[in-house]
Design a protein around this ligand. Structure first.
Ligand code: URA
Length: 337
């Protein structure tokens, strides 16, 4: 039987490929694909939650396949691609580019590594300097607050009404995990389950994140997990620029206070916010970057992996780089796994 991709005409394949390249360029491809996940949640079979299943294939497959080079057959379901709900390129307002604010002073851009890793160190991972946005960096201009604590940060956040998200949220989702963690995961914003429970990454994407953490030889309580915005965007839409602007200072204080060795950005929103770029995540995913002197790695969001299980092997490669820096051994597979 011919596969769906075989049945697509060359011109449609070309159109799809151009559309996805366009999404990459404007940085919304993953947003778009992960947003669609929410509408098909119930159709994702539970076995796709398994992260460990992809580990073997990732270990076996060391070929550097980039997401932007996926063949048509590896793309999201043709049904959804042919769907008239596919957003037109003009809908880029769905993911406003994150630009530095004019309030920032003229400091060096954060993208330039502040302390290049020593070549002799086992953690001497190469840092990539992203092309810098024009203008000063918002985060770099903000000094670390002496004596800051997570308790103070939570206290300052209070029953926040700084942005419109407060009107529809149920609970503020501050963070979860170890305040002394060497590894911090930053997501986008709470979803329904997180809004109900007041904890980040407890829904289906969260279960996959937990599996990823365990595959790294850690437990959830060993790491710190937080989000760019602390309140659920209605209908799981993307956080908007004004919401990110209001909320990101609290994320910055959390990161400064915990002072982890490594920050892993889950998805484009977290990566683009911290790196102050609107470049597509696939352009810098899996590469070491610098964030205020800490190593930052951007990888795909677990919600994206639920829709695109084949990308798990790419994420596992990224996590293996993180494990090398932190000196972690992967969890041994149990006999039945
Ligand atoms: N997705 C996120 O980005 N964060 C959460 O906390 C849950 C889902």
């Amino acid at each position: 039987m011919r596969s769906m991709s075989d049945r697509l005409s060359d011109s449609l394949k070309k159109k799809i490929s151009e559309r996805l390249t366009f999404y990459d360029d404007v940085g919304i491809r993953l947003f778009y694909t992960s947003r669609s996940f929410y509408s098909i949640r119930s159709s994702v079979p539970p076995e796709e939650l398994s992260f460990s299943a992809s580990i073997t294939s990732a270990a076996a497959d060391s070929s550097p396949s980039r997401e932007s080079n996926l063949s048509i057959s590896a793309l999201p379901q043709p049904n959804s691609l042919e769907d008239s709900s596919l957003p037109k390129p003009s809908r880029t307002s769905a993911a406003p580019p994150i630009k530095p604010t004019s309030a920032a002073t003229t400091r060096p851009p954060l993208h330039a590594p502040q302390k290049p890793p020593s070549a002799s160190s086992a953690t001497a991972a190469k840092s990539l300097a992203l092309p810098t946005p024009s203008g000063p960096s918002l985060f770099e201009a903000v000094n670390k607050i002496e004596g800051d604590t997570l308790l103070k940060i939570r206290g300052d956040l209070g029953e926040c009404k700084r942005c419109k998200l407060h009107k529809t949220r149920n609970t503020i989702v501050f963070a979860d995990g170890n305040p002394k963690a060497e590894l911090v995961f930053v997501g986008e914003g709470p979803g329904h389950d997180e809004d109900v429970q007041g904890l980040p990454f407890v829904g289906r994407a969260g279960k996959l994140l937990t599996q990823m953490i365990e595959a790294m030889g850690l437990q959830r309580q060993d790491v710190y997990i937080c989000n760019v915005v602390k309140c659920r965007p209605p209908e799981n839409r993307l956080p908007e620029k004004d919401e990110i602007t209001e909320c990101s200072p609290f994320l910055l204080r959390q990161l400064d206070t915990i002072n982890p060795k490594v920050i892993v950005c889950l998805g484009a929103c977290a990566a683009q916010t911290l790196l102050e770029t609107n470049r597509g995540i696939s352009q810098f995913r899996g590469q070491w970057l610098d964030f205020r002197g800490k190593k930052l790695m951007a990888t795909y969001h677990p919600a994206y992996l639920l829709r695109n299980p084949s990308a798990k092997s790419e994420v596992w490669k990224d996590l293996q780089k993180v494990m090398a820096v932190l000196g972690l051994q992967p969890k041994k597979k149990s006999a039945e796994a």
